[in-house]
Design a protein around this ligand. Sequence first.
Ligand SMILES: *Cc1c(COP(=O)(O)O)cnc(C)c1O
Length: 717
Amino acid sequence: MDGLKRLPIEAPDRISGIAALAFNMWWGWHPEARMLFKRLSRAEWKLSGHNPVKMLTEIDRKTLDDASKDQDFLAHYDRVMERFREEVENGGGKWFSQNVCDPEALPIAFFSAEYGLHRSLPFYAGGLGFLAGDFLKESSDLGLPLTAVGFMYPEGYLRQKISLSGWQENLDEPLDRAGAAISKVTDEKGRPLLVKVPVIEPPIYVEVWKIEVGKIPLYLIDTDIEANDPWNRRISAHLYTGNIEQRLRQEIVLGIGGSAVLAAMGLRHPVLHLNEGHPAFAIMERIREGVSAGTRFSDALRNIKETTVFTTHTPVAAGTDVFPFELMEKYFSPYWPALGLDRESFFDLGMNPADPRAGFNMTVFALKCSSHRNGVSKRHGEIARRMWHSLWPGRPEEDVPVRSVTNGVHVPTWIEPKMELLFNRHLGEDWKSRHDQPETWEAVRKIPDTELWNTHYWLKMKLIMRIMERARERWIENGPDARVVLAEGVFLDPNALTIGFARRFTTYKRASLVLSDTERLKRLLNNKWMPVQIIFAGKAHPADDAGKHILQQVFTAASDPAFGGRIAFVEEYDEQFAQYMVHGVDLWLNTPLPPLEASGTSGMKAALNGVPNLSIPDGWWLEGYNGKNGWAFGTTEKDETKNSRQRDAEDAAALYDILESLIIPLFYRMNSDGISKGWVQVMKEAIISAGPGFSARRMVKEYATKFYEKCLLAVAG
Ligand SMILES: *Cc1c(COP(=O)(O)O)cnc(C)c1O
């Protein structure tokens, strides 16, 4: 079933394919396609925020007519369209069919509450969403038979505005649906497909939007429709609403509604993959379908388990969704009879033996009803086995059946185009097609230091110039409230060692750890001969006041003249600014409180582009750090004898020590050509280790061979 792709103007015949190109996020990871849009009109490209649908909606017909007669443009267009057809329309990636099975035999439904695909589609909050987005892109490249389901959030996440006092104000920015690469799914009569969420009372209706991610369709569920009352319409307004009942309703709509949407479109999905616990009710709906077809509950459950993959991302029990039983009862009382269960045995499915009265635990439910379970790094696998040991009380902890697949990032999305050109020259033009093979990356060692450094320096300038431009816009907007503007980084110096810290502002990430010892930090930053600067960016969840307080601390430091303008806080961290940051800083800082960073992925994006990590050994860095490709500091193990203040102080001291004794001197140990050989060495090692090992390609292949392939037997049987 296809969506309606509508553009207000029709492109001239010769370039009519440009609409299909704009509506497929494929362009996002093909720089030659991005350049095609930019070539059409630089100004419109910029004004649209690099969103080709919006751009084509606003562009004038003459520009398109001119382009359709411009030989250079046409040659470029033909090249891009040929590639697009080859990768998307005619078959596409062959890895899955050649190495796992016939894709027809194994359709997989992938469910996630968020997807980070591009800044123009604000359906993400952070790492979980980018993981899901990268997963879809790589699945397209490898030819996986995947269909994805998620939520349409009409109000997106939030636009971040920092007040003069450094407090984050939450502004909603409604999504411009006409200018987004989404299309409404219609029924056979051409009307919007309308689906009722099965069994749940009172009734909830949904409509569906489609996003094309290469070959992978992503269906987004929308409750903001006529058929719903106002309380229902708001179900999908915001990502991760703080209201517990609305949150439950979101998860009902995502899991149960999402499954019903697939059924309504006639899309079978014998295999189900849940990205975190939010969509776990999808399992319940699959069981119900089995029961309503005449299978006994226990048999239906067994069948479903064998074909369900559950990926947990949460390393603390408090981070999982738990719904009070009374609240569950309100919505599910018609549901347990439909499963052939009584109240007791229904609630038992989500009951945590370690905390039986807390309510219906979505993670527990997902763990009990799937046979293929994993954490997102080796360490997180261990943590998950410990956390959920009580579900398998008879087994030793190491035999708890939760494995691990370490996260990875989609290389074509996160590699910077100039860096890509450099790799084309030294690793061979086809390096991207073999980027998960370690041998491909050996040639990085032979890249002349000057070439790598100059490319990096250019990206650092690009980041700083982008920050200046934003500060200028803010200045024009705010007039004399210059303090906000000064905090945005107007004093940044391209020659200073530049540290980046950008991620969600949540307590465990400890953004303000590096600010702990103000005097020591001032000396470090303001050293005349070896200056250091730090660029911060990130949002706090609208309901997370603790996160907002940390942000305020950072902002206050950024606007404090005593730090000499060497701390910057840049507003409105999104996918686009993340690209600038992971490409352009010299060093990527990560200071989580172990073991709370299940994996972390932004450091992988940085390393891929030659930006070494300086991180607490937690999450992916425990397996990523090899002694040559960056630095590790602070403590891994939780020492129960110390309180959090003591731990913070110790980790901060370790951070200053390693900066002072190793990192800063290495960065400034420059040859006569102004390049630090030792530093470039670390950059190269960062690239060589991240490129193959922490790529989404390695990750998706692992899911396919560890889990999907195992599901095949159950599907065939
Ligand atoms: C990659 C990414 C994240 C995830 O970063 P972590 O290091 O996992 O916290 C969050 N936000 C954006 C915009 C990203 O690109």
